[in-house]
Design a protein. Structure first.
Length: 343
């Protein structure tokens, strides 16, 4: 009626939400929605989580739904996998994914392979989640990106959010999925606010697993990334735009199954490809994307070889200046784009 009268309607109300609060909201909504869902991990209950992702949930849902565990990843990951096989829907938090190496047998051999090895008779609806990749000043044993590690394994789904909407929508989709899902968050993004649309504020908002998002339209080069480096790609695109180079930035969101169709369609349009990731170069996510493009029809549209921007091929140093040089920076992305475009 207001539109008929020619009155201007206000735009849907978007709000600023941090990644931490988006994850907390998703957990709260799914715990409320399905009594089979529960959260377990180190310090997730009384302490509200090491990164405050589970703030307030123990007080609201109690000891049976939000469970503090001993410092034994193999133990509590095994408990979670067994609970999933018995019909519950656990969310298993690793304080950092570096510690998931203690439980990698449970994640791969127990969770990922059971549905296949039981001919589909045993589902394992579980989410393994926590911070992944390099943080700041935590050195080599706490700085690995596990996207390629877990993305390598059939039977798992692997998601890697960037924004608050990614975090909320992918976590809710992961909890509702009947397969084991590894959700790789980033500690340095937890306190970063992002605009969250009115749609994303809904309790039924989910982001389909396996679907990438074009964060910025462009015509000259395709930038493909996931997690925190997506923000670096957008910053690099803004710098390059001042020089007349328009980058199309793709946020993969999901590592496995990989939405290569969106990347192919973009490469057909731009004729150039640059991949960006925080992980090591050998057998990395970028290497897989480049291989898939080379093997498909989009290869015929490339006007230059694809270029990878990755973390340095060394264990992460502790010194700040060395750490900065081991992690892809905006200047590295700008350099790679100019190399791909031969400018």
């Amino acid at each position: 009626l207001q539109q008929r009268r020619g009155l201007r309607l206000s735009a849907p109300a978007a709000i600023q939400v941090t990644v931490r609060d988006a994850l907390n909201q998703a957990l709260d909504e799914e715990l409320e929605r399905d009594e089979r869902v529960f959260l377990l991990g180190e310090e997730v209950a009384q302490y509200d989580g090491a990164y405050k992702i589970s703030r307030g949930l123990w007080k609201k849902y109690g000891d049976k739904r939000v469970i503090d565990t001993p410092i034994s990843e193999m133990g509590f990951a095994g408990i979670a996998v067994g609970a999933a096989m018995a019909g519950l829907r656990p969310v298993c938090e690793f304080m950092t994914f570096n510690f998931s190496m203690q439980a990698i047998d449970q994640v791969i051999n127990s969770a990922a392979k059971t549905c296949y090895m039981s001919a589909g008779s045993i589902a394992v609806p579980i989410v393994f989640r926590g911070p992944n990749g390099a943080s700041a000043g935590v050195a080599a044993q706490h700085s690995q990106c596990f996207a390629a590690w877990y993305g390598h394994c059939p039977g798992l789904k692997v998601v890697s959010p960037w924004s608050a909407e990614d975090a909320k929508g992918l976590l809710k989709a992961s909890i509702r999925d009947d397969n084991p899902v590894v959700m790789l968050e980033n500690e340095l993004l937890y306190g970063v606010p992002f605009e969250m649309s009115e749609q994303a504020q809904s309790k039924e908002f989910v982001i389909p697993i396996g679907k990438a998002k074009i964060e910025r339209q462009g015509t000259h080069v395709t930038l493909v990334s996931h997690s925190r480096p997506v923000g670096h790609c957008l910053e690099a695109a803004a710098v390059l735009a001042k020089e007349g180079v328009e980058c199309e930035v793709i946020n993969m969101r999901t590592i496995r199954p990989m939405d290569i169709e969106t990347v192919e369609a973009s490469v057909v349009k731009t004729n150039h490809l640059v991949t960006v990731e925080g992980g090591w170069p050998q057998f990395g996510v970028g290497a897989e994307i480049c291989a898939r493009i080379m093997e498909g029809s989009a290869f015929n549209y490339l006007d230059a070889p694809a270029v990878r921007v990755t973390g340095a091929d060394v264990p992460m140093p502790y010194a700040k200046i060395l750490e900065d040089n081991c992690i892809p920076q905006v200047k590295d992305i700008v350099f790679a784009v100019k190399k791909a475009l031969n400018i």
